[in-house]
Design a protein around this ligand. Structure first.
Ligand code: PLP
Length: 272
């Protein structure tokens, strides 16, 4: 009797240079042995120097993709990345309402797209409506949310952002990724129910190929949850995996500004 193939559903935008977005999610989920099905929310035109254009997929089309998947395949976990528009946010919110309860949902809020170096060139996706939608309609339905410090600041409106505000008011659990703090020691914190806190701290690895780190991180957590890990073990496994991958991502260049993708499958080939 054939066994069921474990599946990750990624709802995200396309990054045409393959570092972030749905392309990163497919590579991350596949590297852990999952089949990845996708619902595309937006299409970006970008390279390692600039984001040239971005357009959101019409919300009817997003709904059709999700309906088509669900008629056929029930995913073992869902990862939500770039949403693209308020209309898409509403479609996703309704989709989460009909999703069977046991399916883990990981939400990585994408409030801006970074190209080149983080925070040098940003394309803002943020609006009050999107922020409110994340907080009130999407986060409460998530198993875990994974903002970075900048996104946390934007979402909570606090200059010194409090992760507890986010978790207490809106989400069941959150990983607050500390990589955007200008510190040599990076701290990532897991909060569950606003109570437990597990801190993982590690020295910053000076690597230039970090495009899509947030997408990969959240896809790994979703994949580990799909594989049956609990939240704490999925967080710890993801932290270990990210360390290994970032360490193996420093030896190649891609593109003019050399802000390349992570070496997810650990076997990139280089040429002259
Ligand atoms: N989603 C898309 C389609 C993107 O192009 C990007 C960045 O380029 C992101 C998400 C966010 O990427 P990161 O994981 O680097 O925050």
């Amino acid at each position: 009797m054939p066994q069921k193939l474990l599946t990750l559903l990624s709802i995200a935008g396309s990054d045409n240079i393959g570092g972030a977005g749905i392309q990163a999610d497919i590579r991350a989920g596949s590297s852990l042995g999952l089949h990845v099905v996708t619902a595309l929310t937006s299409v970006t035109a970008q390279n390692s120097r600039a984001l040239v254009d971005s357009i959101s997929v019409p919300s009817d089309m997003l709904k059709n993709q999700l309906d088509a998947i669900m008629e056929d395949i029930v995913p073992d976990a869902v990862k939500i990345g770039m949403i693209g528009s308020v209309e898409n946010l509403n479609v996703i919110s309704k989709f989460l309402d009909i999703l069977p309860n046991k399916i883990p949902i990981v939400v990585d809020p994408v409030l801006y797209v970074t190209v080149s170096q983080p925070s040098l060139l940003k394309f803002e996706l943020d609006s009050l409506e999107i922020r409110k939608g994340y907080l009130n309609d999407i986060f409460p339905k998530a198993t875990i949310v994974t903002p970075n410090l900048d996104e946390l600041k934007m979402l909570t409106g606090e200059t010194i952002p409090s992760a507890l505000t986010l978790v207490k008011l809106h989400a069941k659990a959150a990983v607050i990724k500390g990589g955007h703090a200008k510190k040599d020691q990076i701290e990532d914190n897991l909060l569950i129910g606003g109570e437990k806190m597990i801190k993982v701290s590690h020295p910053r690895i000076n690597c230039h190929n970090l495009h899509g780190t947030g997408c990969v991180y959240s896809s790994f957590i979703a994949s580990y949850l799909a594989l049956g890990f609990d939240i704490k073990s999925a967080f710890q496994a993801t932290e270990r995996k990210m360390q290994t991958i970032i360490n193996k991502s420093c030896f190649y260049d891609l593109g003019i500004s050399s802000y390349g993708p992570l070496n997810i499958n650990e076997n990139y080939q280089t040429g002259s």
